[in-house]
Design a protein around this ligand. Structure first.
Ligand code: NAD
Length: 339
């Protein structure tokens, strides 16, 4: 580590998320600096590096990881590129914050899990940022406190304004519902054992061949049932809501009542339009917590096991979506490193 223990971070992938993390580490996070940016689009990396003191641009992640000023890696390239970058980071025993998904499927996630076990210690935090959102943290604390008894059900809504061209049914599970998969496992401290997907007649606003909305049902190892409305072309805003129903009470987050206005006989407020604004604080907290833990020589947050479990449930979800049948999930036994 350089100057008074400042963590030198290499950010791999400088698209929408990566560029935002570069801005965050430079302007918001304390105790870290962007020492390197990496993108297969060399022009993009050069452009970004040119605006940051002491930052070098690379087009090959492996080269950045051997640079002496790089102490840790933030992976924000597309999911299919994550495995290679993770395995390379393990070779140098570098701490990693890896944007979700860990990898795009359970088989490759297992390979990463095996490699991390060979290292003998956890090195990876997976970027499931909802775990750092203030409202989710409050809900988690409430459920863990047991005030409402056992949690029986979660009712979740996940709505996006619209999807980019080429967005597929599989992506509604792998890119969108994956967040509810992680929050369900985390909030309830249980695994998801089965997935069912119901597809109502699509909205007229749905792009051709996209089932939108869908209702995704999870069953969990503790006997809870979770429903997720996923509606990715709702047109009106980005909404993520979750109501937990316990034996003697319920709690709901995500209503987004930042400011309520009253005018001309009506009251109202604003709805976030995307995840960047809705979860801005969560991303800030996620990166700060990762930097703080890394500087202490520790690894915390969602683990490679969480990334693997999410990938396995996504696979069951995509099968359920295709067949229309309730689909059981299969997980390997949880290794000691992740217990
Ligand atoms: P993007 O397409 O905007 O950017 C990806 C960048 O990576 C591009 O600049 C591309 O040139 C570069 N790249 C591609 N292959 C590379 C490689 N092998 N090495 C280095 N750079 C490479 O994508 P994005 O929307 O920024 O998504 C990046 C990651 O962040 C994905 O894993 C995505 O799932 C995740 N993501 C997470 C959230 C969240 O809420 N946590 C939201 C959006 C995206």
């Amino acid at each position: 580590m350089t100057k008074q223990g400042t963590l030198g971070v290499a950010v791999i992938g400088t698209g929408r998320m990566g560029a935002d993390h570069v801005r965050r580490i430079t302007d918001v996070t304390s105790g870290a600096r962007v020492a390197a940016v990496v993108d297969i689009d060399a022009e993009r990396a050069n452009h970004l590096a040119g605006r940051i003191d002491g930052c070098t641009a690379y087009s090959d992640p492996a080269a950045a990881m051997t640079a002496p000023e790089v102490d840790a890696v933030l992976i924000a390239s597309p999911g299919p590129a994550h495995e290679a970058a993770l395995l390379r980071a393990f070779e140098h025993d570098l701490p990693v914050l890896c944007e979700k998904p860990l990898t795009p499927d359970a088989t490759s996630a297992l390979r990463v899990m095996e490699a991390e076990q060979k290292l003998g210690h956890r090195r990876v935090s997976v970027g499931f940022m909802r775990r750092y959102d203030a409202e989710y943290l409050k809900l988690k604390a409430l459920l863990d406190g047991g005030r409402f008894g056992r949690t029986l059900m979660l009712h979740c809504r996940h709505r996006n304004v619209s999807t980019p061209p080429g967005f597929t049914n599989q992506m509604t599970i792998n890119d969108s519902v994956v967040h509810e998969i992680d929050t369900t496992r985390w909030l309830l401290d249980q695994e998801i054992t089965a997935v069912t997907v119901l597809r109502p007649t699509p909205s007229t606003a749905a792009p051709e061949a996209l089932s939108d909305p869908q209702l995704v049902l999870f069953e969990t190892s503790g006997g809870a049932v979770v429903d997720v409305e996923i509606f990715v072309n709702c047109g009106f805003g980005y909404q993520v809501q979750c109501e937990a129903v316990g034996e003697s009470g319920s709690a709901r987050i995500g209503d987004g009542h930042h400011m309520v206005t009253n005018s001309a006989g009506r009251w109202g407020g604003e709805i976030d339009q995307d995840f960047v604004s809705r979860f801005a604080d969560a991303y800030d907290r996620e990166v700060q917590r990762w930097v703080d833990a890394t500087r202490r020589g520790e690894t915390e947050g969602p683990s490679v096991w969480d990334g693997y479990a999410a990938a396995a449930v996504c696979e069951a979800g995509v099968r359920a979506q295709t067949t229309g049948e309730r689909t059981a999930t299969t997980l390997v036994e949880r290794p000691a490193l992740y217990r």
